[in-house]
Design a protein around this ligand. Structure first.
Ligand code: SN0
Length: 316
């Protein structure tokens, strides 16, 4: 694998999942694979799981890791071409990425959507500039439109807990007080369409995601109907795609409750975290036996290890 920015970069999905399971069985099975190599992790947004799990994955592979929070520690970056840089922005992404490419062998980038310009966000301007100017393999740590490391861990978790060959997986929107990215939901839909699952998406009208990612998935606007016979309930809030980045509803009727979970076929509850307790989901569900949020987060390490191994063995 040359880079890891979406499922499109993955040539053999089953093999990648198997590789994550292989590392889960023995995280230190390849302790020297990354010896002498450096992974740089650059964050333009907050992170807990992505930052620590990717760092842990690097440690398990003997890969050195440098982490930088660009918002608090870096120069303000200019991303436009041809501008006269007489304002606040001290450094251009061309030089910043070029320099990082000199110090690192693999680069992870987290850069959320701006919400100001749908076209720019969906063209992945920041991520693509880092790919172009760093000239080293890049891993998305959640970009403007996708979160593939999360989706791989989600798929590994579903494979681990499924009780039937082709489980019914429901991606459900839930209310949130802020405007959140579409990345986790886009990415989950994109990965589930390639997996052996029956995918249903449920959200209030107006929250349709970009069909590039959801094409072919069943959309049911009645959440309770969507939950019938479900084996996994995957919950996430996202802001609207069209009109872009809006908060159209905060309807508490979409919150995940124990009685709604009771409509499913004993479904597991999944969420990528961080989660707003009693806004997205009731304590009772999150603290209940069917909640997979902690094992799901644990699998982030092995997903990252599988991805880093693939990059290390293909590019060097
Ligand atoms: C991010 C998102 O994409 O929705 C990261 C998820 C992995 N989540 C948030 O920004 C949550 C912020 C909040 O205020 O709850």
């Amino acid at each position: 694998m040359k880079q890891f920015t979406s499922i499109i970069d993955v040539s053999d999905l089953n093999q990648l999942v198997e590789s994550a399971v292989y590392f889960k069985n023995d995280p230190l099975v390849e302790p020297d694979l990354g010896k002498g190599k450096t992974l740089g992790l650059i964050f333009f947004n907050p992170s807990l799981r992505t930052r620590l799990s990717t760092q842990k994955a690097a440690l398990n592979l003997g890969l050195s890791c440098m982490v930088m929070n660009f918002v608090s520690e870096g120069w303000q970056l200019e991303t436009e071409e041809g501008v006269i840089m007489s304002g606040e922005k001290a450094e251009h992404i061309v030089e910043a990425a070029g320099v990082i490419g000199q110090y690192c062998d693999i680069l992870g980038i987290r850069a959320f959507a701006s919400f100001t310009d749908q076209e720019k966000d969906y063209k992945e301007e920041v991520l693509n500039s880092f790919i172009k100017y760093s000239k080293i393999p890049v891993v998305s740590l959640e970009s403007a439109t996708l979160h593939p490391l999360q989706s791989l861990a989600d798929l590994v978790t579903i494979e681990e807990y499924k009780k039937k060959e082709k489980p019914k997986v429901v991606l459900s929107w839930a209310p949130h007080p802020r405007i959140l990215p579409q990345s986790v939901a886009n990415s989950f839909a994109q990965w589930m369409r390639q997996a052996n699952v029956d995918l249903v998406i449920t959200h209030p009208p107006g929250y349709e995601l970009n069909t590039k990612f959801t094409k072919g998935a069943k959309i049911i606007y009645d959440q309770e109907k969507a939950f019938e016979q479900a084996n996994f309930i995957y919950v996430k809030n996202w802001s609207s795609y069209e009109p872009y980045g809006q908060l159209l509803s905060q309807d508490p009727g979409w919150k995940i409750t124990a009685s709604k979970m009771g409509l499913t076929n004993n479904a597991y509850f999944m969420h990528c975290l961080p989660v707003r307790r009693n806004v997205i989901v009731d304590d009772e569900v999150l603290d209940g036996e069917a909640s997979l949020v902690i094992p799901q987060a644990a699998n982030r390490v092995y997903a990252a290890q599988a991805v880093l191994k693939s990059l290390l063995t293909t590019n060097f």
